[in-house]
Design a protein around this ligand. Structure first.
Ligand code: CA
Ligand code: CA
Length: 366
């Protein structure tokens, strides 16, 4: 064997040895598969305790939430973590990973309300990572609602209420209001007689409803009747107010009154006093819907009395040209008249009485 041939063999052996050594290098995964791809991560749903729904970027959430999504990798996902800023510190929440699904549960009440920029990071078994970001708002504060007006539209009185009534008010939230509903209950049995539409058609930040007696249960139609009024507002994350305010009770504390935003500032503690009213004074004016265990003094009710809204009947003299005092009536006499009512007339019935002999009367049927 020549020297040249020997050196060639040596070179081949060296190359084979280096290939065998390379099999133990980190470039090769178990079973010989190479981890070449970065892992994938998706955020998909949020569950606030009533079932998972698709998470939209910029969603509003409250209470304890479970965020969930999928993670993928060519070899194996090692971990998924979520992070957001709380003031100047970073909150890190590890997700549980099961197959391709990851889940993380967060009690949002432990953090401040506001927008949270989430970074979700997935790391694979080779240490490669990918992140995705989204924003959700934590909102655990209920909206503030105030009635500014409950009056009879015709005369702007609120005792008694009759005919068309106008109900106005305003609502506020540190983020935004989703809907407002006005309720009217009969006081005698707390039966709900009116609920405003559930489609925000009555407005949100300021609301206004005008109702005919038929729309509020014909309350006070036969005899004066009391009615409770209540109002509820929902914010975007679903918080509801448990009490509401009356502007008239607040102006009784200070004639300058408060806007619904002032009330919110006092309730949320961003202001301690507005127009000489602090939270303690304000809390004394809170009012509640019936059925929550509060006494009448902490509810809002007015008397409804439709007697100011009776039909107006005008009957003409049946014997034209003669006064009623003449006490005579011809064979062809006709009684006619006019009935007027602001809300329309449902039925007109007539009865007459004839004196057949002195002191003896015969009445017609109705
Ligand atoms: Ca990988
Ligand atoms: Ca809120």
């Amino acid at each position: 064997m020549s020297i040249k041939k020997l050196s060639l063999y040596f070179f081949i052996i060296t190359l084979l040895a280096s290939v065998i050594t390379a099999c133990n290098s980190p470039l090769f995964g178990l079973g010989g598969k190479v981890d070449v791809a970065v892992p994938g991560i998706k955020i998909e749903t949020v569950d606030e305790g009533s079932g998972a729904r698709a998470l939209q970027n910029g969603d509003y959430v409250r209470g304890t939430i479970t965020l969930s999504g999928t993670s993928t990798d060519d070899i194996a996902v090692d971990r998924v973590t979520l992070q957001f800023q709380e003031g100047s510190s970073t909150v890190t929440i590890p997700a549980t990973v099961s197959g391709s699904i990851w889940k993380a549960t967060i009690n949002t009440t432990q953090y401040s309300d506001g927008p949270k920029d989430f970074i979700v990071t997935v790391t694979d078994s080779a240490g490669k990572s990918t992140e995705t970001r989204f924003v959700i708002y934590f909102d655990n504060k209920a909206p503030v609602v105030m009635f500014t007006l409950i009056v009879s539209t015709a005369d702007y009185s609120n005792t008694p209420l009759w005919n068309e009534i106008t109900i106005k008010g305003s609502a506020a939230d540190q983020f935004s209001i989703r809907k407002v509903r006005v309720y009217i209950y009969r006081k005698s049995d707390s039966a709900l007689v009116y609920t405003s539409p559930d489609d925000a058609s009555i407005g949100t930040n300021s609301f206004s409803v005008t109702l005919d007696p038929a729309e509020y249960g014909n309350l006070g139609n036969l005899a004066p009747e009391d009615a409770y009024f209540a109002v509820k507002a929902w914010d975007r994350s679903g918080n509801e107010n448990t009490w509401f305010y009356m502007s008239s009770l607040i102006t009784a504390l200070d004639p300058r009154g408060l806007t619904v935003e002032d009330i919110m500032a006092l309730e949320n503690g961003t202001q301690s006093e507005v127009n000489s009213i602090n939270l303690n004074k304000l809390a004394g004016t809170r009012r509640y819907a019936p059925g929550l265990g509060f006494p009448d003094t902490q509810m809002v009710y007015y008397t409804c009395d439709q007697s100011a809204n009776l039909p107006i009947i005008t009957v003409s003299n049946p014997e034209q040209g003669k006064t009623a005092g003449e006490n005579t009536i011809s064979k062809n006499a006709k009684a006619s008249g006019v009935v007027q009512d602001a809300n329309g007339v449902a039925l007109v019935e007539l009865q007459f009485r004839v004196e057949t002999s002195p002191g003896v009367y015969v009445e017609s049927a109705w």
